[in-house]
Design a protein around this ligand. Structure first.
Ligand SMILES: NC(=O)c1ccc[n+]([C@@H]2O[C@H](COP(=O)([O-])OP(=O)(O)OC[C@H]3O[C@@H](n4cnc5c(N)ncnc54)[C@H](OP(=O)(O)O)[C@@H]3O)[C@@H](O)[C@H]2O)c1
Length: 259
Protein backbone atom coordinates (compact mmCIF):
# COMPACT_ATOMS: atom_id res chain seq x y z
CA UNK A 1 0.00 0.00 0.00
CA UNK A 2 1.28 3.47 -0.89
CA UNK A 3 1.05 5.39 2.40
CA UNK A 4 0.95 8.73 0.59
CA UNK A 5 3.65 10.34 2.73
CA UNK A 6 6.68 10.21 0.42
CA UNK A 7 8.56 13.49 0.75
CA UNK A 8 7.16 14.24 4.21
CA UNK A 9 9.58 14.95 7.04
CA UNK A 10 9.41 12.76 10.14
CA UNK A 11 11.09 12.88 13.53
CA UNK A 12 11.21 9.64 15.48
CA UNK A 13 12.52 10.23 19.00
CA UNK A 14 14.53 7.55 20.79
CA UNK A 15 14.93 5.51 17.62
CA UNK A 16 18.43 4.05 17.56
CA UNK A 17 17.01 0.74 18.81
CA UNK A 18 13.81 -1.15 19.53
CA UNK A 19 10.33 0.15 18.83
CA UNK A 20 11.48 3.62 17.78
CA UNK A 21 13.85 2.08 15.25
CA UNK A 22 11.02 -0.09 13.89
CA UNK A 23 8.89 3.04 13.37
CA UNK A 24 11.80 4.93 11.80
CA UNK A 25 12.51 2.13 9.32
CA UNK A 26 8.91 1.94 8.14
CA UNK A 27 8.56 5.71 7.77
CA UNK A 28 11.78 5.79 5.75
CA UNK A 29 10.43 2.97 3.61
CA UNK A 30 7.35 5.09 2.97
CA UNK A 31 9.66 7.79 1.58
CA UNK A 32 9.88 10.22 4.51
CA UNK A 33 13.01 12.23 5.20
CA UNK A 34 13.84 11.08 8.66
CA UNK A 35 15.41 12.30 11.88
CA UNK A 36 16.54 9.46 14.14
CA UNK A 37 17.68 10.04 17.70
CA UNK A 38 19.40 8.41 20.64
CA UNK A 39 22.17 9.13 23.15
CA UNK A 40 24.70 6.52 22.13
CA UNK A 41 26.60 7.77 19.06
CA UNK A 42 27.71 4.38 17.75
CA UNK A 43 24.28 2.78 17.94
CA UNK A 44 22.62 5.83 16.39
CA UNK A 45 25.02 6.05 13.47
CA UNK A 46 24.73 2.31 12.79
CA UNK A 47 20.96 2.63 12.72
CA UNK A 48 21.04 5.66 10.45
CA UNK A 49 23.29 3.79 7.97
CA UNK A 50 21.16 0.66 8.16
CA UNK A 51 17.96 2.59 7.43
CA UNK A 52 19.54 4.59 4.62
CA UNK A 53 20.95 1.43 3.05
CA UNK A 54 17.68 -0.46 3.45
CA UNK A 55 15.37 2.25 2.14
CA UNK A 56 17.38 4.71 0.05
CA UNK A 57 15.95 7.56 2.14
CA UNK A 58 17.87 10.42 3.71
CA UNK A 59 18.35 9.83 7.44
CA UNK A 60 19.60 12.52 9.81
CA UNK A 61 20.98 11.20 13.11
CA UNK A 62 20.74 13.56 16.11
CA UNK A 63 22.54 12.57 19.30
CA UNK A 64 20.47 14.07 22.10
CA UNK A 65 18.61 13.32 25.32
CA UNK A 66 15.01 13.86 24.27
CA UNK A 67 14.06 14.47 27.90
CA UNK A 68 15.98 17.76 27.99
CA UNK A 69 15.04 21.11 26.47
CA UNK A 70 18.49 21.36 24.92
CA UNK A 71 18.17 17.89 23.38
CA UNK A 72 14.72 18.70 22.02
CA UNK A 73 16.03 21.90 20.43
CA UNK A 74 18.73 19.92 18.66
CA UNK A 75 16.25 17.34 17.38
CA UNK A 76 13.78 19.98 16.16
CA UNK A 77 16.56 22.09 14.65
CA UNK A 78 17.72 19.26 12.38
CA UNK A 79 14.94 19.85 9.83
CA UNK A 80 13.12 22.95 8.56
CA UNK A 81 9.64 21.51 9.14
CA UNK A 82 8.03 18.54 10.85
CA UNK A 83 5.10 16.71 9.27
CA UNK A 84 5.26 13.58 11.40
CA UNK A 85 6.36 13.29 15.03
CA UNK A 86 6.74 9.98 16.81
CA UNK A 87 7.23 10.54 20.52
CA UNK A 88 9.23 7.87 22.26
CA UNK A 89 11.70 7.70 25.15
CA UNK A 90 13.19 5.18 27.52
CA UNK A 91 10.78 4.04 30.22
CA UNK A 92 11.31 4.25 33.99
CA UNK A 93 13.05 1.22 35.53
CA UNK A 94 11.06 -1.49 37.33
CA UNK A 95 10.79 -0.45 40.97
CA UNK A 96 8.55 -0.97 43.99
CA UNK A 97 6.47 2.21 44.20
CA UNK A 98 7.64 2.76 47.81
CA UNK A 99 11.15 3.33 46.52
CA UNK A 100 10.26 6.00 43.96
CA UNK A 101 11.18 9.25 45.67
CA UNK A 102 10.06 12.70 44.58
CA UNK A 103 13.06 13.20 42.33
CA UNK A 104 12.51 9.89 40.53
CA UNK A 105 8.78 10.60 40.18
CA UNK A 106 9.48 13.95 38.58
CA UNK A 107 12.08 12.43 36.25
CA UNK A 108 9.53 9.84 35.10
CA UNK A 109 6.93 12.52 34.51
CA UNK A 110 9.38 14.68 32.57
CA UNK A 111 10.56 11.83 30.37
CA UNK A 112 7.24 10.16 29.62
CA UNK A 113 4.70 12.98 29.89
CA UNK A 114 6.19 16.48 29.84
CA UNK A 115 8.75 15.97 27.05
CA UNK A 116 6.32 14.63 24.46
CA UNK A 117 3.93 17.48 25.27
CA UNK A 118 6.76 20.01 24.83
CA UNK A 119 7.65 18.56 21.43
CA UNK A 120 4.01 18.67 20.36
CA UNK A 121 3.75 22.30 21.49
CA UNK A 122 6.75 23.09 19.29
CA UNK A 123 5.39 21.55 16.07
CA UNK A 124 1.60 21.55 16.16
CA UNK A 125 0.74 25.07 15.04
CA UNK A 126 2.77 24.72 11.85
CA UNK A 127 1.07 21.38 11.19
CA UNK A 128 -2.30 23.08 11.53
CA UNK A 129 -1.21 25.86 9.15
CA UNK A 130 -0.08 23.32 6.54
CA UNK A 131 -3.21 21.20 7.02
CA UNK A 132 -1.22 18.02 7.63
CA UNK A 133 0.25 16.53 10.75
CA UNK A 134 0.61 13.08 12.26
CA UNK A 135 1.66 12.58 15.86
CA UNK A 136 2.07 9.13 17.38
CA UNK A 137 2.99 8.63 21.01
CA UNK A 138 4.49 5.31 22.07
CA UNK A 139 3.09 4.59 25.53
CA UNK A 140 2.49 1.11 26.97
CA UNK A 141 -0.05 -1.65 27.41
CA UNK A 142 0.45 -0.99 31.13
CA UNK A 143 -1.95 1.95 30.92
CA UNK A 144 -4.76 -0.58 30.37
CA UNK A 145 -3.59 -3.34 32.70
CA UNK A 146 -1.03 -2.54 35.40
CA UNK A 147 2.32 -4.31 35.50
CA UNK A 148 3.94 -4.71 38.92
CA UNK A 149 6.91 -2.36 39.28
CA UNK A 150 5.91 -0.11 36.38
CA UNK A 151 3.55 2.20 38.29
CA UNK A 152 5.45 5.34 37.39
CA UNK A 153 5.51 4.35 33.73
CA UNK A 154 1.75 3.72 33.75
CA UNK A 155 0.98 6.93 35.63
CA UNK A 156 3.09 9.23 33.47
CA UNK A 157 1.85 7.69 30.22
CA UNK A 158 -1.77 7.79 31.32
CA UNK A 159 -1.22 11.45 32.19
CA UNK A 160 0.07 12.04 28.67
CA UNK A 161 -2.91 10.22 27.19
CA UNK A 162 -5.38 12.27 29.21
CA UNK A 163 -3.62 15.54 28.46
CA UNK A 164 -3.61 14.95 24.72
CA UNK A 165 -7.15 13.63 24.45
CA UNK A 166 -8.53 17.17 24.30
CA UNK A 167 -5.62 18.48 22.23
CA UNK A 168 -6.32 15.81 19.58
CA UNK A 169 -9.89 17.04 19.15
CA UNK A 170 -8.76 20.66 18.92
CA UNK A 171 -6.61 20.07 15.81
CA UNK A 172 -8.60 17.34 14.02
CA UNK A 173 -10.27 19.94 11.74
CA UNK A 174 -6.84 20.65 10.20
CA UNK A 175 -5.98 17.05 9.27
CA UNK A 176 -3.65 16.85 12.26
CA UNK A 177 -4.02 13.63 14.23
CA UNK A 178 -2.69 12.51 17.60
CA UNK A 179 -2.76 8.81 18.42
CA UNK A 180 -1.15 6.37 20.83
CA UNK A 181 0.48 3.00 20.29
CA UNK A 182 0.41 0.73 23.34
CA UNK A 183 3.01 -2.04 23.07
CA UNK A 184 2.57 -5.32 24.89
CA UNK A 185 5.72 -7.48 24.87
CA UNK A 186 8.12 -6.67 22.04
CA UNK A 187 11.48 -8.29 21.46
CA UNK A 188 13.77 -5.33 22.21
CA UNK A 189 16.74 -4.55 24.44
CA UNK A 190 14.39 -3.32 27.16
CA UNK A 191 12.41 -6.56 27.15
CA UNK A 192 15.57 -8.70 27.07
CA UNK A 193 17.08 -6.77 29.99
CA UNK A 194 13.91 -7.56 31.94
CA UNK A 195 14.12 -11.25 31.02
CA UNK A 196 17.76 -11.38 32.11
CA UNK A 197 16.93 -9.82 35.49
CA UNK A 198 14.02 -12.21 36.04
CA UNK A 199 16.23 -15.17 35.11
CA UNK A 200 18.89 -14.04 37.57
CA UNK A 201 16.36 -13.48 40.35
CA UNK A 202 14.87 -16.94 39.85
CA UNK A 203 18.22 -18.65 39.28
CA UNK A 204 17.14 -20.11 35.93
CA UNK A 205 18.21 -19.66 32.32
CA UNK A 206 16.86 -16.76 30.26
CA UNK A 207 15.43 -19.20 27.69
CA UNK A 208 13.13 -20.66 30.33
CA UNK A 209 11.76 -17.22 31.27
CA UNK A 210 11.37 -16.29 27.60
CA UNK A 211 9.47 -19.51 26.82
CA UNK A 212 7.15 -19.02 29.81
CA UNK A 213 6.37 -15.42 28.90
CA UNK A 214 5.77 -16.21 25.24
CA UNK A 215 3.52 -19.11 26.16
CA UNK A 216 1.34 -16.75 28.22
CA UNK A 217 0.58 -14.58 25.15
CA UNK A 218 -2.26 -15.82 22.91
CA UNK A 219 -0.07 -15.21 19.83
CA UNK A 220 2.59 -17.43 21.52
CA UNK A 221 5.42 -15.05 20.71
CA UNK A 222 6.79 -11.58 21.38
CA UNK A 223 6.12 -8.85 18.84
CA UNK A 224 8.81 -7.55 16.52
CA UNK A 225 9.81 -3.88 16.23
CA UNK A 226 9.20 -4.00 12.47
CA UNK A 227 5.55 -5.04 12.81
CA UNK A 228 5.11 -2.34 15.45
CA UNK A 229 6.66 0.14 13.00
CA UNK A 230 4.20 -0.85 10.27
CA UNK A 231 1.25 0.04 12.51
CA UNK A 232 2.94 3.35 13.31
CA UNK A 233 3.51 4.10 9.63
CA UNK A 234 -0.14 3.48 8.86
CA UNK A 235 -1.25 5.91 11.58
CA UNK A 236 1.15 8.44 10.02
CA UNK A 237 -0.16 7.81 6.52
CA UNK A 238 -2.26 10.07 4.34
CA UNK A 239 -5.09 7.52 4.73
CA UNK A 240 -5.37 7.83 8.52
CA UNK A 241 -6.68 11.40 8.76
CA UNK A 242 -9.98 10.27 10.31
CA UNK A 243 -8.28 8.29 13.11
CA UNK A 244 -7.44 10.51 16.05
CA UNK A 245 -7.32 10.36 19.83
CA UNK A 246 -7.11 6.57 19.66
CA UNK A 247 -5.13 4.09 21.74
CA UNK A 248 -4.06 1.07 19.71
CA UNK A 249 -2.99 -1.86 21.86
CA UNK A 250 -0.57 -4.19 20.04
CA UNK A 251 0.00 -7.17 22.29
CA UNK A 252 -0.74 -10.45 20.50
CA UNK A 253 -4.01 -10.74 22.41
CA UNK A 254 -2.46 -10.55 25.89
CA UNK A 255 -4.97 -8.04 27.28
CA UNK A 256 -7.96 -10.15 28.31
CA UNK A 257 -10.72 -7.54 27.93
CA UNK A 258 -13.43 -7.45 25.25
CA UNK A 259 -12.34 -3.93 24.21
N1 LIG B 1 9.55 -3.47 24.40
C1 LIG B 1 8.42 -3.62 25.02
O1 LIG B 1 7.90 -4.74 25.13
C2 LIG B 1 7.69 -2.42 25.61
C3 LIG B 1 6.45 -2.64 26.22
C4 LIG B 1 5.77 -1.56 26.74
C5 LIG B 1 6.33 -0.29 26.68
N2 LIG B 1 7.54 -0.12 26.09
C6 LIG B 1 8.07 1.24 26.05
O2 LIG B 1 8.41 1.61 24.73
C7 LIG B 1 9.54 2.49 24.76
C8 LIG B 1 10.64 1.93 23.86
O3 LIG B 1 11.04 0.68 24.39
P1 LIG B 1 12.02 -0.32 23.64
O4 LIG B 1 11.62 -1.66 24.09
O5 LIG B 1 12.07 -0.01 22.19
O6 LIG B 1 13.42 0.06 24.34
P2 LIG B 1 14.93 -0.15 23.84
O7 LIG B 1 15.03 -1.29 22.92
O8 LIG B 1 15.73 -0.12 25.06
O9 LIG B 1 15.22 1.17 22.98
C9 LIG B 1 15.12 2.43 23.57
C10 LIG B 1 15.62 3.46 22.59
O10 LIG B 1 15.41 4.74 23.17
C11 LIG B 1 16.64 5.46 23.19
N3 LIG B 1 16.61 6.33 24.36
C12 LIG B 1 16.44 5.98 25.64
N4 LIG B 1 16.44 7.07 26.43
C13 LIG B 1 16.63 8.13 25.61
C14 LIG B 1 16.75 9.53 25.83
N5 LIG B 1 16.64 10.05 27.04
N6 LIG B 1 16.92 10.34 24.76
C15 LIG B 1 17.02 9.83 23.51
N7 LIG B 1 16.92 8.51 23.25
C16 LIG B 1 16.74 7.68 24.29
C17 LIG B 1 17.71 4.36 23.26
O11 LIG B 1 18.97 4.80 22.82
P3 LIG B 1 20.10 5.31 23.85
O12 LIG B 1 20.01 4.42 25.06
O13 LIG B 1 21.37 5.21 23.11
O14 LIG B 1 19.73 6.73 24.16
C18 LIG B 1 17.09 3.36 22.28
O15 LIG B 1 17.31 3.74 20.96
C19 LIG B 1 9.96 2.60 26.22
O16 LIG B 1 9.40 3.77 26.78
C20 LIG B 1 9.34 1.38 26.86
O17 LIG B 1 9.08 1.56 28.22
C21 LIG B 1 8.24 -1.14 25.55
Amino acid sequence: MDLGIAGRTAIVCASSRGLGKGCAFELAKAGCTLVVNGRDKTALEETAHEIEAGTGTKVIPVIADVGTKEGQARILGAVPQVDILVNNNGGPPYRDFRQIDREAQLAGLINNMVSPIELIQAVIDKMVERRFGRIVNITSGSIKAPIAGLDLSSGARLGLTGFLAGVARSVAHANVTINFLLPGSFDTRRLNDGLAKAAEAQGVGIDKIRAEEEAAIPAKRFGTPREFGKACAFLCSAHAGYITGQNLLIDGGAYPGVM
